[in-house]
Every structure is written in structure tokens, then in C-alpha cells.
Design a protein around this ligand. Structure first.
Ligand SMILES: NC(=O)c1ccc[n+]([C@@H]2O[C@H](COP(=O)([O-])OP(=O)(O)OC[C@H]3O[C@@H](n4cnc5c(N)ncnc54)[C@H](OP(=O)(O)O)[C@@H]3O)[C@@H](O)[C@H]2O)c1
Length: 188
């Protein structure tokens, strides 16, 4: 069964970006002793889902509007669903689909586009929370970097207690710790 997974890197104190929406703190972590294996995860992913801040960050950082040929190098031909209430540009040729409103309403289309493969919720935290709110988040994979930020974009700004989270795996990847949790439905 295809899974909906929120997979992200996080600081030790639970932020996925600093208060400037920057990630330098992540890229500065020494990877000489190893790094998380992203390729194996990506091989199972049929669809990418993200909020507009994350999407605009990727566009900017990778200069994708100026260099649209970079898009398939990064994401292949997978559809990317971007949640936004605004009209945003997309790189030429990229399969980017803009959606707004309740995750519940978009979910059937997202699942259909995944065509039996997994759905990667890239972030941010609140969007992942919107999936968790309706019991549509199956798995949480957090790669914990040896950094504290004090403030920034939160990992998952929801109260989800241990009756919904079950630790499936713990892996050391050099300086990073990768934690995988199964996420259960909301408890009534
Ligand atoms: N560490 C990592 O691996 C990692 C992973 C992912 C992201 N990040 C970073 O973390 C930060 C996350 O930013 P963020 O917290 O602002 O989250 P985000 O999910 O990227 O963007 C939030 C925005 O998405 C739009 N949105 C969300 N849900 C929506 C809905 N249901 N309907 C319509 N629009 C919706 C809204 O903007 P509008 O309606 O105004 O467009 C909202 O303000 C970014 O800087 C990103 O680059 C880091």
C-alpha cells in the first residue's frame, strides 16, 4: 500500500529552517563520515507535495525558472503538488500542480497521480500537520542534524502523542540520526 511520508531534515530543537527560511546550518554539517541515503527513498516516491514557502525556496536556490532543465535532474518526471493560495510560476516543462484549500479535498487527486507509489510530503511542518489532522500521514522520517537554532520554521506544529507514533527505525548516518515513525490516525 502506498504510503504518505513526511521526510525532512530537522535541527535538534525541532526546526526545519531558520527564521530567514535558510538552510545553511544544514549544509554546514560535516558529511565526511556519512550522510543520509536519499536516493533509496526517492526511488519509491511517485508524487511530491509541498507548501509554497518550500517550493519558492527550491525555485530560488536552484534557479529553476532560469534553468528549467534542472527540474527533471532533481525530481524526475514526478508530479509536484504545491499548496498555495497565490498564482506562482513554474519552470517550463515541469509537472507542477497548484492546489489550495483542504488536504482532504486534494488527497484523491494526489493519490491518483502517485499511481500506487509513495507520496513525499516535503514540508513545511504545518502542511504535514494538515495531513496528520485527517489521518492521512502514514510515516514520519526525520533526519536530525547536530544543530540547535532556537527559532525558525517548526518541524510539526501539532500535538501528536505517543499513542499515534511508533518508532520503526533508528539509523546513524555520520553526524545525522535518522528516525522513522509510523503515524497512526487521530485518536477519538
Ligand atoms: N529541513 C528540510 O529538509 C526542509 C524541508 C522542507 C522545507 N524546509 C524549509 O522549511 C520552511 C517551511 O516553510 P513554511 O513553514 O512556511 O511551510 P510551507 O508549507 O513550505 O509553506 C507554507 C505556505 O503554503 C501555503 N499553504 C499551506 N497549506 C495550504 C493550503 N491548505 N491551501 C493553500 N495554501 C496553503 C501558504 O502560503 P500561500 O497561500 O501564501 O502561498 C502557507 O503560508 C521553508 O523555508 C522550507 O524551505 C526545510
Amino acid at each position: 500500500m502506498a504510503q504518505v511520508t513526511y521526510k525532512t531534515a530537522t535541527s535538534l530543537d525541532g526546526f526545519i529552517a531558520d527564521e530567514r527560511n535558510a538552510l545553511e546550518w544544514l549544509f554546514h554539517v560535516d558529511q565526511s563520515s556519512g550522510a543520509p541515503d536519499h536516493d533509496t527513498f526517492m526511488a519509491s516516491v511517485g508524487v511530491i507535495v509541498e507548501g509554497s514557502t518550500t517550493y519558492e525556496w527550491v525555485l530560488r536556490e536552484e534557479r529553476l525558472l532560469e534553468q528549467p532543465a534542472r527540474w527533471p535532474q532533481l525530481f524526475g518526471t514526478r508530479p509536484t503538488f504545491v499548496f498555495t493560495s497565490r498564482d506562482l510560476p513554474a519552470p517550463d516543462g515541469a509537472d507542477v500542480r497548484f492546489v489550495r484549500g483542504a488536504v482532504h479535498d486534494a488527497l484523491p487527486t494526489i493519490r491518483a497521480a502517485a499511481n500506487g507509489h509513495d507520496v513525499w510530503v516535503v514540508g513545511g511542518g504545518d502542511l504535514a500537520g494538515q495531513f496528520a489532522d485527517i489521518g492521512a500521514l502514514d510515516r514520519l522520517i526525520v533526519t536530525v542534524a547536530p544543530v540547535t537554532l532556537g527559532r525558525g520554521a517548526p518541524l510539526l506544529p501539532r500535538r501528536i502523542e505517543s499513542d499515534r507514533l511508533s518508532l520503526l527505525a533508528v539509523e546513524r548516518c555520520g553526524e545525522f540520526a535518522e528516525l522513522t515513525y509510523a503515524v497512526g490516525p487521530p485518536v477519538r
